[in-house]
Write a protein that binds this ligand. Structure first.
Ligand SMILES: O=C(O)CCC(=O)C(=O)O
Length: 264
């Protein structure tokens, strides 16, 4: 398998980012988070990660089976601090996600992945691997990734196979795969098509951590990965904006009605 495309550089121009997403299957928006928001997100995330370790609440994702114990997932971020809701509804993220998926989308998950020193690579995969092949010609989901730390080739930046969305299928054992690290400063937003093959990179540092927050969104016909109705702290729903309520399936014109009406 070979593609001629490379990874696009971060840009501040939303139209260019939309074009990159379409053509490369991935785009990056520079300085998507201001310093104050990034600082709060980072503090809250590392505090939640430490709490989970202290209280034995860490557990792996089914797909992390090849991963070692240096890798930590932090789940259900929306229930950890209000600032995480701001990421979910961030205007530039929603603009790019909707350019790929259409107006009506659901948030499937919001979790973090922190790679630690010596952390190994994840298995290469697309995010829509659960969709039976042949795949429809459009992406069924997209991921909005927030770089909480700098993403570098050394600390485990997510590696992508540029243009692999155009193959429109899962990787096969005989595919010769070259995955390229997406290097980007903290505060960058990376959005990628659910068909793009990717994996967590090696963390070759001696003491560097790389935290990324992954917002997974789908077309509204798919079941959410996190079960919001069971997982969310009730205050998240109580204080949710209309936009967030819609993304979580609490405000709906389609599926998920209660006695024929939107739950709120
Ligand atoms: O941690 C990363 O860089 C990628 C994580 C990922 O691909 C996933 O969670 O599906």
């Amino acid at each position: 398998m070979s593609t001629t495309l490379s990874l696009p550089l971060p840009t501040a121009d939303p139209e260019r980012a939309e074009r990159d997403l379409r053509e490369h299957g991935i785009c990056a928006v520079s300085d998507a988070l201001d310093a104050a928001t990034l600082g709060e997100v980072r503090d809250r995330l590392y505090t939640a990660a430490a709490d989970d370790r202290t209280h034995g609440r860490t557990h792996k994702f089914a797909f992390d089976y090849a991963h070692d114990d240096t890798n930590q997932r932090v789940w259900n971020l929306l229930s950890r601090a209000p600032v995480f809701a701001d990421l979910v509804t961030h205007p530039i993220a929603l603009r790019l996600l909707r350019s790929a998926l259409g107006r009506s989308i659901l948030l499937g998950n919001l979790s973090a992945n922190i790679t630690g020193p010596g952390g190994g690579e994840m298995q290469i995969h697309p995010d829509q691997l659960f969709v039976p092949e042949p795949w429809p010609s459009e992406p069924q989901g997209a991921n909005a990734t927030w770089c909480v730390d700098d993403f570098t080739a050394d600390n485990g930046a997510t590696c992508f196979v540029p243009g692999s969305h155009l193959l429109n299928r899962n990787p096969r054992p005989d595919d010769a795969i070259t995955a390229v690290p997406m290097e980007a400063p903290a505060g960058t937003l990376i959005v990628f098509d659910s068909r793009v093959w990717h994996r967590t990179g090696f963390n070759r540092t001696e003491n560097g951590y790389r935290a990324g927050i992954f917002g997974w969104y789908t077309k509204p016909i798919y079941r959410t990965q996190e079960n919001w109705f069971l997982a969310l702290d009730p205050s998240v729903v109580q204080y949710a904006s209309d936009e967030l309520a819609e993304l979580l399936g609490y405000k709906t014109m389609g599926f998920g009605l209660v006695n024929g009406k939107s739950p709120r």
